[in-house]
Each structure stands twice: as C-alpha cells, then as structure tokens.
Ligand binder design. Structure first.
Ligand SMILES: [Zn+2]
Length: 331
C-alpha cells in the first residue's frame, strides 16, 4: 500500500467534542470516575478519527484529544519539572508554565498508550503521532536548574529520543516533532536544530518537523540540516511568501504545505485550495509536496474544522484529477 501523490494530513490537534469537555469538567469536580473519563477520551479519539476519515484525510491523527496542552503534557510526565501558576499566552489563553528544578530524566512512556490506541482505531496504516520537540519544551519552560537553556534542551533531546524509540516499537511509522518555537531566537536556532537531530538519532520512522508562526528567516538557512524527511509549515496565513525564501536557501526536503488558515473561521473553498497547491508546485517538485493546514485545528469550532478539512481534501483531489488527466501522474 502506498500513499497517493500530494498526500493530505493534519498537523495534529482537533477540536475536542463538547461532551468530552463536559466530561473533563465533571471529573474535575469528582462527579465521574477516572475510568469513565478514560472511556470518554478513547471515544473522542474514535470520533475524531472518524471525522478525518469522512473528510478523506490520507494521514490522520487522534486529534491529540487526550492532551490538554503541548508542553505541560510532557513536563508533567518527566522528572525535573515543577509547576507554578498559569501564565498568559496569546490574548486570553493561559497555560501552566512549567519550571525545570532538577535534572530532566525519562520516567515512563508518555505516548505509547496513545499510539497503541490510535493504531487500533485507525482506518489506515498511515496514521501519524505528534510529539513536542526539545527546543519548544525548553523554550516554554523556566530554567531554574541548568547552566543555560542549551544544556537543558539537550537533556530534553535525550528523553524525547527515548520516547521516540518506544513509539516506534509500539507501531509508529510516521512521527511529527512539533517545534513551533524553534525560530524564536536567532542566537539559539543553530544548536536548536542540533538538539532536534539529537532527539531523532537512530529513529526508524518517517520523520517530520512542524514549524509554524514566526520569522522563517531565522530558521530557513538551517532547514536542510534537520535530519528528518519532511518539514511542514504555516504558509496560507503568510500568503505563500515563505516559499520564495525556502527556494532561495535551497530547501530540498519534502514540504508539508499549509493551505488552511486555522486562525480564520472562513472556510477556504476547494478551488482556492487547488489554486494554492498550484502556487506551491511552482516552487517545489510534485513528489515532495504534502498538503496540510497551517497548524492544529484545535481552536476552531468543530464543524468549521471539519469543513476546512473537507475543502482541503477536495482541492487536493481536483489537482490530482488534473495531473492524471494531463498524464503527469498515472491513474
Ligand atoms: Zn503550529
């Protein structure tokens, strides 16, 4: 079995069904049992997978419905972290910013259960699992123990590497390292790339890195140094301007092209997606292009997230049809 040309995927997160959010708050008040909440989480993963299937996504995820947040989840499960109060990020969104207070060490597998369950419910062998990368976990944590951030991030790379080995053993064949913070600091980006490489050392899977909002100029010269198969980017929100930059630096890996704006509730039309894919094809060879939203869909209303996925797939199918008709790809 093989993926079609221009494979479609999601970045990872998907809106939690409303009933799951209610179940979570009931469990916080002690009104439903732990087992019942676990069942609700599993059921939610099933419906998200089903949404992805209905939309026609080639490489789905479980929507990360079991994780509250992308740094906190891992910090809670590793040795060395302590939590202070919530910190404000992006307007009204808050998160519990963790602090590193002792050496970061691996405790137990963090995502193995999630992978095993996702594998058991996936409609395709090409499901994807996501994990937050070492630089982003380090950048979004306080450092109260290490000499500097670099030392902290390289210890994080070690524990992520251990986790990745366990995920491959559990059946992960496509793994995405989320590094939305990697282009936050121009003075650190070079070793941040090395840290990601350290985290994927010896990992036998198709590897992707997700980089989204921020200054791509900071990271562009180092993209080819990442020892992964693919990097996926937010492009729609930037009206595809970064494509020129990536071309200029000689970027030559697979590119996951963000064609859906996750900060805008207007649903892109399939025609718009088709035209946008055409623009990406002007810069990169067809066989190196994957199609995805700019970022996770989690913060959108569920019906809008779903409609956006449907348009993304329809626009991709329009392009595939055209390529088959003109003989560029075989049908
Ligand atoms: Zn993102």
């Amino acid at each position: 079995m093989q993926l079609e040309m221009l494979p479609t995927t999601v970045i990872g997160s998907y809106p939690r069904p409303k009933w799951l959010r209610e179940a979570i708050s009931l469990s916080r008040n002690g009104r439903i049992k732990k087992e019942d909440l676990e069942e609700a989480f599993n059921d939610a993963a099933v419906v998200v997978m089903r949404d992805h299937q209905k939309a026609g996504i080639d490489v789905p995820t479980d929507g990360e419905v079991k994780r509250d947040e992308m740094v906190e989840f891992f910090a809670e499960r590793l040795n060395g972290f302590k939590f202070y109060g919530p910190v404000r990020v992006w307007g009204t969104a808050y998160y519990k910013k963790p602090s590193v207070v002792s050496k970061i060490e691996y405790r137990n597998p963090m995502l193995v259960d999630e992978v095993q369950f996702t594998k058991s419910i996936s409609y395709t062998p090409f499901f994807k699992v996501t994990i937050t990368g070492p630089y982003t976990i380090g950048y979004w944590s306080y450092n109260e123990y290490y000499k500097d951030r670099q030392e902290m991030v390289f210890d994080l790379a070690k524990v992520i590497n251990t986790e990745l080995k366990n995920l491959v053993e559990a059946g992960s064949k496509i793994i995405q390292i989320d590094e939305p913070a990697i282009h936050s600091n121009a003075d650190e980006v070079k070793w941040a790339i090395d840290a990601v490489n350290e985290s994927v050392k010896g990992i036998n899977a198709k590897l992707m890195v997700h980089i989204c909002y921020g200054n791509y100029k900071i990271v562009a010269p180092y993209l080819n140094d990442l020892k992964v198969d693919q990097i996926n980017f937010a492009l729609k929100m930037y009206n595809y301007k970064p494509l020129k930059l990536f071309k200029e630096v000689g970027y030559d890996k697979e590119i996951g092209a963000g064609v859906i704006d996750v900060h805008n509730r207007n649903v892109e039309t399939p025609e718009e997606v088709y035209r946008d894919i055409k623009r990406v094809m002007e810069y990169f060879p067809l066989e190196k292009i994957w199609i995805n939203p700019d970022c996770g869909l989690k913060l959108l209303p569920r019906d809008i997230a779903f409609s956006k996925m449907v348009s993304m797939v329809k626009g991709t199918l329009m392009m595939r049809e055209e390529l088959k008709k003109n003989g560029t790809i075989s049908s």
